[in-house]
Design a protein around this ligand. Structure first.
Ligand SMILES: [Zn+2]
Length: 374
């Protein structure tokens, strides 16, 4: 993998870059679509490519349980299995496992500690995490080494090191212990990867929770190791302003010559606020999830719900001037009707629109950075 910076904005830390992988180029900053099971919901791989999604995020945890990473390897790797010729990034599996153990940061905050943890995580120690498969009850031992092996089986262009996702509510001593163990796991991930690098890249994940000084330490430690890029993970605060404050402090310490990725965050206001801080890529299921609920995006970063009654008699496109397949071929009234009638095709049509808008919006951000407007 090679990363080149084409332009550094004169106005902010924003930059326009290009990540070169074995399966092609990723222009940055960019949005990364989340296809958990090797499929973006309601859109097949060729449609996703045609829409211009240059990088797709697939979840190792789900794929190793179903259909199993070995089966994907036997099929020739994930690109071949899902018929995608463009780049793929996979995560370590740790995020989902620790979400089961601790609850995700979002659910922890939302539920105010009332969320029931399902007991599928059996043991967490220095070696890794033992958990029970929700598919068939098998015990699975996830370690730095088995995570990298699974990601080698999948054949992702970009892999992510095995890390612990500490809960938002954690005392300082436990947070330091968690970060230091994560650093050891990430070093082990790197060692395992470098035994057989193939054409894959490996990102580290910067941790330290909501403690700025720990975040800086994490940047320093991981920055000294030959990772290809950096994910920014874990809790960055309990709301967007806290996250932006944290990233404003931390981004100057993330090695600038390598690409970075903000894990699991890609809603429109967060992208708007994080691009000027120098974040290169964002992954989120927001555009497709929103689309499936009738929430459609516009180029001015707003969204509206097509299921509202006022769209029932609009025979024009859902979004004026939109060049997407859906807006070119169908009226707002028809899409509204399909939602009301629970026709499954509308999931595809609405998702096409939102993904198209997302791709266009990221291209516009890149142009604005090139013009030093951001
Ligand atoms: Zn459209």
């Amino acid at each position: 993998m090679k990363f080149e910076i084409l332009h550094q904005s004169k106005k902010s830390r924003a930059r326009v870059g290009r990540i070169h992988t074995a399966h092609g180029v990723i222009d940055t900053p960019n949005f990364v679509a989340v296809g958990t099971n090797g499929s973006l919901k309601a859109l097949d791989s060729k449609t996703v490519e045609a829409l211009g999604i240059q990088l797709m995020f697939c979840n190792t945890y789900h794929l190793m349980l179903q259909p199993g990473s070995k089966r994907v390897a036997e099929a020739g790797g994930l690109h071949k299995f899902m018929n995608r010729s463009m780049p793929i990034i996979t995560d370590s599996g740790g995020f989902q496992v620790f979400s089961l153990a601790y609850g995700s940061v979002a659910s922890e905050l939302k539920s105010q500690g009332t969320k029931q943890i399902d007991g599928s995580v059996l043991k967490i120690n220095e070696e890794g995490v033992l958990f029970r498969s929700y598919r068939n009850g098998d015990k699975v031992f996830l370690t730095a080494e088995t995570s990298i092996q699974a990601q080698k089986d999948l054949g992702a262009d970009i892999m992510i090191s095995f890390d612990e996702l500490p809960p938002y509510h954690m005392d300082q001593t436990a947070l330091i212990d968690s970060m230091e163990r994560t650093h050891r796991w990430e070093k082990r991930s790197l060692d395992e990867h470098l035994k057989d690098p193939r054409h894959q890249a490996l990102y580290a994940v910067i941790h330290g929770g909501v403690d700025v000084e720990l975040r800086k330490k994490s940047c320093a430690y991981l920055g000294n190791l030959p990772f290809d890029g950096f994910g920014i993970g874990g809790s960055l605060g309990k709301n967007r302003p806290e996250m932006i404050n944290m990233l404003t402090e931390v981004m100057p310490f993330v090695p600038p010559e390598r690409p970075n990725h903000l894990l699991g965050i890609g809603d429109l206001p967060s992208i708007r606020d994080c691009v000027p801080l120098g974040v290169d890529t964002f992954d989120s299921s927001f555009p497709t999830k929103a689309a499936r609920h009738g929430t459609l995006m516009t180029m001015d970063s707003t969204h509206f719900n097509i299921t509202r009654g006022k769209h029932a008699d609009n025979l024009g496109p859902m979004v004026a001037d939109c060049e997407c397949y859906t807006c070119q071929n169908y009226s707002a009234a028809y899409i509204h009707h399909l939602f009301k009638a629970h026709e499954p095709t509308v999931m595809t049509l609405a998702s096409i629109h939102n993904v198209h808008i997302m791709v266009k919006m990221m291209a516009r951000y890149r142009q604005q950075i090139l013009d030093d407007q951001i």
